[in-house]
Design a binder for this molecule. Structure first.
Ligand SMILES: Cc1ncc(C[n+]2csc(CCOP(=O)(O)OP(=O)(O)O)c2C)c(N)n1
Ligand SMILES: [Mg+2]
Length: 196
């Protein structure tokens, strides 16, 4: 695909979450968290301001704890590369309600746009599939994002993984609440649980 056709990350995330219903959403640190905040704050959003490499493992924990709710992880290629081993655990556990979407700008955008491994040989779709996530694919259109969003509502057909090549533009930061306890307590409250 030519660079001109690459998707805008904010459009991807707002399309993904346009009809999110009860979904729990985990965003990787940095730009994915800004994208999630830009699509609208929500008590079922879990923003990561750190924990690079932890997004899928956190999503997996939520998915196993809440098997009747859709859980979606939206993260960057750099974050996913750091937490690549978590795909092996997802492939082992096969949580049917977990969906993972990687926003792949082939760069560590947050820290200055250093070129990432996905610009060369690293194929995250191939890794996810080889780890046992059979429903793993590359996505390149908003229509496919909308289909992925429909799929993620089916808590009996996952896990699923998709990698979408996105425009590497460095967009204005939309900041979510940075207090981790607040975000976590709010999410627990939305699920009917008392604060920790
Ligand atoms: C353990 C650790 N190493 C490095 C960093 C610095 N860091 C923060 S965001 C980031 C890049 C994230 O890249 P990616 O997930 O691809 O997100 P993008 O900004 O490109 O969307 C890095 C290296 C960090 N926060 N934690
Ligand atoms: Mg990136």
């Amino acid at each position: 695909m030519s660079k001109a056709n690459l998707l805008d990350r904010r459009q991807v995330v707002s399309t993904l979450l346009a009809d999110r219903k009860d979904a729990l959403v985990v965003a990787g640190l940095g730009a994915s968290t800004y994208d999630l905040a830009a699509s609208g704050d929500h008590p079922r959003n879990l923003y990561l301001w750190g924990a690079m490499g932890g997004a899928v493992m956190i999503g997996l924990g939520l998915a196993l704890a809440q098997p009747d709710l859709p859980v979606v992880v939206v993260t960057g290629d750099g974050e996913m590369l750091m937490g690549m081993g978590s795909l092996a655990t997802v492939g082992l556990q096969k949580p049917k309600n977990l969906s993972i979407l990687v926003l792949d700008n082939e760069a560590y955008g947050e820290t200055g746009g250093q070129v990432s491994h996905t610009a060369a040989a690293a194929d995250l779709v191939g890794v996810a599939r080889a780890c046992g996530i059979a429903d793993s694919k590359a996505i390149s259109t908003l229509g496919e994002i909308a289909d992925f969003a429909k799929g993620m509502q089916d808590v009996r057909s996952g896990p699923r993984f998709a990698n979408v090549k996105i425009d590497a533009a460095d967009l204005e930061r939309v900041l979510s609440n940075r207090d981790g306890m607040f975000v976590l307590t709010r999410l627990r409250g939305a699920l009917g649980h008392a604060p920790i």
